[in-house]
Write a protein that binds this ligand. Sequence first.
Ligand code: G3H
Ligand code: ZN
Length: 277
Amino acid sequence: MFSPTGEIVADAQRRGVGVGAFNVITVEHAEAIVTGAEAAGVAVILQISENAVRFHDGRLAPIAAAARCVAELSSVPVGLHLDHVESDELFDQAAANGFGSAMYDASKRDYEGNVAATAAAAQRGHAQGLWIESELGEVGGKDGAHAPGVRTDPGEAAAYVAATGVDALAVAVGSSHAMTTRDARLDHALIEQLREATPVPLVLHGSSGVGDDDLRKAVAAGIVKINIGTALNIAFTGAIRRELAVQTSVDPRRYLRPARDEMAATVTRALRVVTLL
Ligand code: G3H
Ligand code: ZN
């Protein structure tokens, strides 16, 4: 069943566990993520990024409707989140397209610019009932432009949350987007400091590059929402490559079904880790 993101995150936080938020590019992603969550028996968040909307020729409605529909048919609570939104125009379409939450990403701007744009977006989003996430301290790898080693400062994070009114904060603590190896090193002491400094749940981006033990420690230290994208694409594309190497059929279902199954298994494994099962 569809469930507001804020409620899913608050429930996880109350229970001292994490919640997995997985990137959706195609309808097969949404199906695999929900199947994987049902197998684990836990709530999950489907997230569609501005980049994914760009892939769908800039149109949010078709992929959002598909994901929302898959969410509604699920036996576990499923949230729908619009991710890494830099465009105000896209951000303002979130509520009308069935999202319960959105991430307004002004992390490439300087501190003052980030605060001003995010505070305005949060006000508009809240007026439409959205739960709002934003980012302070650039998590690397989004477009290769971020300097490695950037970290979110706890004092600045506290001031930022107070000034913007966001409901959750994405923090730079050692992870980086689009990693295909799992050797990122998280700064767990910094996560604890950020949890103590800020009243809102913390979000880890670029979680595909983080090993299972480090993810469990991150949840114990205070991360609540764990964003995973690349790991699903590794599973999906790997299965398609394997199938195409041995199949001669032109029917896409012959390779999409095993790819979707592989992705679902990856989701189940990740959810068991972040929910500390
Ligand atoms: O917002 C999405 C995530 O941060 C996904 O990052 O593809 O590196 O797992 P990832
Ligand atoms: Zn991200």
